[in-house]
Design a protein around this ligand. Structure first.
Ligand code: GAL
Length: 718
């Protein structure tokens, strides 16, 4: 039964507002377990969730169970003034918040003023980014989402109302040391430039639970095909089909794994704007080329931007469905119109997907302002230029995903724009900004807002930088070298070639673990890559307890209260702490509980800061006590549907533990019809205190790709 909390009377009493007052009465309805919704004013028809075609994964939410409304109702308010919606949510003293999209430099969002605007990231966290998701999560264990396709303004604990019960009293700056330029603000205030908005609140109880509810409500996280988790190389702009085949052969000869190759603009006869047709000189026979590549075990991903060249076969049909303004001389389809989407998708299907192409790189759907359609452009649907800007990436991901779903072949591609509700799309965000440390911060932030991000590798100044970047990308959603401009190969830096090979093969070994972690993203909403602030036992509450146990000079406490921007979790068990060019040692904060070295299984620490100097050939990785890491034998390609795969289960620590290993055909959408299986792995101690492991049999008539199973107890000597 839906629960409804009427605040109307409350609001009347509180504000004494008259029927015509801008103050909105807010009625919160629990629309799924722990997910609450209200509507303020009259929202736009086009919002983020409907652009994304969100279908909430209710079963997953039911498993998470019910939860009460997590905020004080009387502290939330909405007003509509001059056609704009003013929203206010409470913030407690010292409460930290995370999210507001794919930021690259900051984790803590309290104290920020942002305008959420889809754009190419320009170097500062001001709200303009590839996925400016209007969702924030509090360390207190709840999340708030504004379902609007507008450039939303956020004042995240920056402003003070004179009627706030805790408004700071004025202090004299001349004499009072307590004076602060930023006095305590008790609210997140949000301005939606439209006369209404849908608002969602996601309950906890933990911050991770709030993120999970948001992701599950968005349809559950994406489940890539198994091959999507293998290695991928993008080739230079004007490569021909022969050169691409040659490249694939070289990978094999040199013993480097490769599952898919990305073709850049030169596969099209014209680009910027695009024809969406093969170039007949570089690709004289696309169908047999795609087939030959597939026979070598390599799939193809095609770059495109959405702007239509007058020479494209779809130009005449799509022209009436395009904006008033052009981009690079190409017309801009109104993808909020189903007819425009159909024309576009038919072309991709006819020319590429029907002959076996596996995915796309959806480029240039984010920004820059000087290139894109301006906010004064008009679209035939009547949706504004601003709304199309905020939703273009969602529409393109949605329609291409649907095309692959109809074809019953999974895809895993790249996009430069996404937004709220995009979690279920099998797309990873990338960009041209090339800061290795900031790429890690983005990876952490992607986990707060239900999107995926790849810290792609392009080129490097030195073999050291090359290897450091490769190490990181192998612990990310897409292990990709994007050599469109420089033609770099994994072996381009001979002195580290061996190490690059080691990490690309390690990536392959980890596929069973990564695939299960993605299955958890899909079925349970747990982001496979996330920051330490979503880890249990790693928040400022813990920090406060620690401080009371050991006050003064407690470095671990101090570390927990700062932004942790350069270490993150890969799945449930692996803590990854990359090193950057020029760095030979670094600190790693190990949360409470025993942690073990991934490579040796040795004990590394417990609730402390350790300093490590691992040498260039290692990226530091630590495993949580009880870590069960299912791995597969080294391979140059991910296992194909039905292919038996021998696994080695690595176990770290000494705590009895269990893990669910996910299995399905890895290639089709049949898992959406329930054709998958989970196998339970258990590790316990026998009567002599010796660790033993078991794995359950595959369920009958369910996918079973597992061949032999072996065990490695990594920390046994301890
Ligand atoms: C950029 C994109 C690059 C590459 C290039 C090709 O917009 O970010 O990864 O694809 O276009 O022109």
């Amino acid at each position: 039964m839906k629960k409804i909390i009427g605040l109307f009377m409350w609001a009347l009493l509180l504000t004494g507002c008259k029927p015509n007052s801008p103050t909105q009465s807010m009625t919160w309805t629990e629309i799924a377990p722990g997910v609450w919704k209200t509507i303020a004013g009259i929202p736009d028809e086009l919002d983020l969730f409907n652009a994304a075609g969100v279908k909430p994964y209710i079963k997953g939410l039911e498993k998470l169970g019910p939860a009460g409304f997590p905020l004080s109702l009387e502290k939330i308010s909405a007003e509509i003034i001059d056609g704009e919606t003013y929203l206010r949510f409470p913030l407690e003293k010292e409460e930290q918040i995370f999210g507001f999209g794919l930021n690259f430099k900051t984790i803590f969002q309290r104290g920020k003023i942002l305008q959420l605007h889809v754009d190419h990231y320009g170097g500062s966290d001001n709200g303009r980014t590839h996925a400016p998701v209007p969702f924030y999560v509090s360390e207190k264990g709840y999340g708030v989402f504004i379902n609007s396709s507008r450039y939303i303004k956020v004042f995240a604990g920056t402003a003070v109302r004179k009627d706030s019960p805790e408004a700071s009293v004025p202090l004299d700056r001349n004499t009072d040391k307590e004076w602060s330029a930023q006095p305590y603000s008790d609210a997140v205030e949000i301005l939606v430039p439209a006369p209404g908005a849908e608002i969602f609140v996601f309950a906890g109880p933990t911050p991770m639970d709030a993120v999970r509810r948001y992701v599950l409500y968005s349809g559950g996280g994406c489940l890539p095909p198994r091959w999507g988790l293998g290695f991928t190389q993008r080739v230079p702009l004007l490569y021909t089909s022969e050169q691409v085949e040659e490249e694939a052969k070289m990978f094999k000869e040199r013993g480097f794994p490769l599952d898919f190759i990305g073709l850049e603009p030169g596969w099209q006869s014209k680009s910027y704007p695009c024809t969406f047709e093969w170039d007949k000189t570089r690709f004289p026979d696309p169908a047999s080329f795609v087939k030959r590549m597939k026979e070598m075990g390599i799939r193809l991903n095609l770059w495109t931007n959405p702007y239509v060249s007058p020479e494209s076969p779809i130009y005449t049909d799509i022209l009436p469905l395009t904006a008033t303004h052009t981009v690079w001389g190409g017309v801009v389809p109104d993808h909020s119109l189903p007819q425009a989407r159909d024309i576009f998708i038919n072309q991709l299907f006819k020319s590429q997907v029907s002959i076996g192409v596996s995915g796309y790189k959806l480029d240039e759907n984010d920004g820059f302002d000087n290139w894109l359609w301006p906010d004064v452009a008009k679209f035939p649907s009547g949706n504004s230029a601003e709304q199309l800007r905020q939703t273009y990436g969602l529409f393109l991901q949605n329609s291409t995903t649907e095309m692959f779903r109809k074809n019953n072949t999974r895809t895993y591609g790249l996009t430069r724009a996404s937004n709220g509700g995009g979690s279920s799309f099998p797309y990873v965000i990338y960009n041209d900004y090339y800061s290795h440390p900031d790429f890690i911060t983005a990876l952490i932030n992607s986990g707060f807002c239900g999107v995926l991000w790849t810290p792609e590798v392009r080129s490097s100044e030195s073999s050291e930088e090359w290897l450091r970047r490769i190490q990181t990308v192998c612990f990310s959603p897409m292990a990709m070298i994007n050599a469109w401009a420089d033609g770099t190969k994994p072996w381009s830096f001979p002195d580290v070639e061996k190490d690059v090979r080691y990490y690309s093969l390690l990536r392959m070994e980890l596929i069973p673990y990564l695939y299960s972690e993605f299955a958890k993203y899909h079925f349970e909403g747990i982001p496979p890559f996330h920051g330490m602030n979503l880890e249990p036992g790693f928040n400022t509450k813990t920090a406060k307890e620690l401080l009371s146990k050991s006050p003064g000079g407690n470095q671990y406490y101090e570390a927990l209260t700062k932004e942790i921007k350069t270490q993150y979790m890969t799945g449930e068990y692996l803590l990854v702490a990359p090193l950057f060019n020029g760095q030979t040692s670094r600190n790693v904060i190990l949360p409470e509980g025993n942690w073990y070295d991934f490579y040796t299984g040795k004990f590394a620490g417990n609730g402390e800061i350790i300093t490590i100097s691992p040498g260039l050939s290692r990226i530091p990785v630590f495993v949580k006590d009880g870590g069960i890491i299912p791995t597969m034998q080294q391979a140059l390609h991910a296992p194909s549907a039905g292919q038996k795969c021998n696994i080695e289960i690595r176990y770290y620590g000494s705590r009895p533990a269990s893990y669910k290993l996910y299995d399905d055909d890895g290639e089709t959408f049949d898992y959406e019809k329930g054709i998958y299986s989970w196998r339970e792995i258990n590790v316990m101690k026998d009567n002599n205190g010796k660790l033993t492991g078991t794995i359950s049999k595959a369920e009958e008539n369910r996918p079973d790709n597992i061949g032999t199973v072996s065990w490695k107890f990594m920390s046994e000597s301890r």
